[in-house]
Write a protein that binds this ligand. Structure first.
Ligand code: FES
Length: 113
């Protein structure tokens, strides 16, 4: 059902955890399954230098957050993982929405002049 890459990221997820002094944080829920994801970003000189996530999501949610966290579309993330089963595409939205929410949070806290 899952590609080897998805399973590899599920078994050895990258970027798991929290950033204590995060520049921005996004927490999103998935209406389809009720799962939740929190993503912290560290921004230095307008560049994201670190990303960490925590999730109550499934294997697909973990893999899509672990890999290519900064790709801003869920399709790009799914493609980077050699595809997701169609029924699991909604899980990758958690990663996309969480990184968008974290960036928006950062922008609110650091408005451009
Ligand atoms: Fe909820 Fe995958 S089923 S994130």
């Amino acid at each position: 059902m899952y590609s080897e890459k998805v399973m590899e990221h599920f078994e050895h997820p990258r970027n798991v955890g929290e950033i204590p002094d995060a520049s921005g944080t996004g927490t999103v829920g998935n209406a389809k399954c009720g799962d939740i994801m929190k993503m912290d970003i560290k921004v230095e000189n307008d560049v994201i230098t670190d990303v960490k996530f925590k999730t109550f999501g499934c294997c697909a949610a973990i893999a899509t957050s672990s890999d290519e966290a900064l790709q801003l579309t869920n399709k790009a993330v799914a493609e980077a993982l050699d595809g997701l089963p169609p029924v699991k595409m909604h899980c990758s939205l958690l990663a996309e929405q969480a990184i968008h929410a974290a960036v928006e949070d950062y922008q609110k806290k650091h408005p451009k002049e």
